[in-house]
Design a protein around this ligand. Structure first.
Ligand SMILES: [Zn+2]
Length: 240
C-alpha cells in the first residue's frame, strides 16, 4: 500500500488527486466535500492507464468539485424571472413576479410554495433582486436573533454568555465571524439555509468567545457543545 498525490493536466486546467492502490478489480474515483479527489486503483494498474481513466472522467470530476464549492453554489447567477427557484430556510420557492402600477404598494411574500413579488419594474432583474434581497435581509435580522437565543440556551451550561452584538453582515467567503470587539457577524445568505445549519454557524461563533483560534482546544470544545457539528457543516456546504 502506498499513497501519493498526482496531477494531470488537460488544456489549461489541472486535476490533483490522491492515488492509492488496493486489491480490487476496477478503478474508483471519489470527490469529497472538501473538494479533494481520491483515486483507488487495482494493484497492478500502470500509471498511464490510471491517468487515462482519470482524464476520461475529468468532466464529472470538475462538476463534483464545483458542486462542493459552497460559494460557487451560493453565487449562482440568477435571472430574477418568474419560475426561477430561490431558497429560504432550506426550502425551494419559485418566483412569481407581478407588475404593479406606481400607485400600488410593492411587496414580497411567501405564498403556497412561491415567492410572490409585486414589482413596479417586473422586467428589471436588478430591481427585483434588490426587492428580494431586502426581504431576505429583513428575515435574517429577525431569524438570526431568535436562533441566537436558542443557541445561547445550548451553550450557557458550558460557561458561554451573550456576545456584545449579533450583526447581519455581508461577507465574501465566510458564513460567520467573531470579531475582536466581541461581536458576532453572520452572512445574510445563511437565511437561505436550514435552521439546523444556521444554528451550527451561530454555535461555532459562540465557541470562539471561549477559544478565539481554530486550534484543537476549539474543536474539542465545539464537539462537546455540538456533537454533530460536522454533519451540519456538510449540509451547509451542499453535501447530501
Ligand atoms: Zn471560526
Amino acid at each position: 500500500m502506498h499513497d501519493n498525490i498526482q496531477t494531470i493536466e488537460y488544456g489549461t486546467k489541472t486535476i490533483q488527486f490522491n492515488l492509492s492502490y488496493s486489491n480490487r478489480e476496477t478503478l474508483e474515483i471519489a470527490v469529497y466535500p472538501d473538494q479533494t479527489v481520491w483515486v483507488t486503483a487495482p494493484e497492478d494498474s500502470s500509471l498511464d492507464k490510471i491517468y487515462d481513466k482519470v482524464r476520461h472522467r475529468r468532466r464529472w470530476i470538475t462538476k463534483q468539485i464545483k458542486h462542493f464549492d459552497r460559494f460557487e453554489n451560493e453565487e449562482q447567477e440568477f435571472e430574477y424571472i418568474s419560475g426561477e427557484t430561490h431558497w429560504y430556510l432550506g426550502k425551494q420557492y419559485r418566483l412569481k413576479i407581478l407588475q404593479v402600477g406606481n400607485e400600488v404598494q410593492e411587496s414580497v411574500k411567501l405564498k403556497r410554495g412561491y415567492f410572490v413579488i409585486h414589482s413596479r419594474k417586473k422586467e428589471n432583474a436588478d430591481y427585483v433582486k434588490t426587492q428580494l434581497d431586502a426581504w431576505y435581509r429583513e428575515k435574517a435580522e429577525k431569524k438570526f436573533q431568535d436562533r441566537l437565543m436558542v443557541c445561547l440556551g445550548i451553550v450557557q451550561k458550558y460557561g458561554i454568555g451573550k456576545p456584545k452584538k449579533l450583526k447581519v453582515y455581508q461577507m465574501d467567503k465566510r458564513w460567520g465571524s467573531y470579531t475582536t470587539s466581541g461581536n458576532i457577524l453572520l452572512n445574510p445568505d445563511l437565511i437561505k439555509h436550514p435552521v439546523y445549519c444556521i444554528d451550527y454557524v451561530i454555535i461555532h461563533e459562540l465557541c470562539h468567545i471561549k477559544h478565539p483560534q481554530h486550534d484543537s482546544k476549539f474543536y474539542d470544545f465545539l464537539k462537546k457543545v455540538l456533537p454533530d457539528w460536522q454533519k451540519r457543516k456538510h449540509k451547509l456546504e451542499g453535501y447530501k
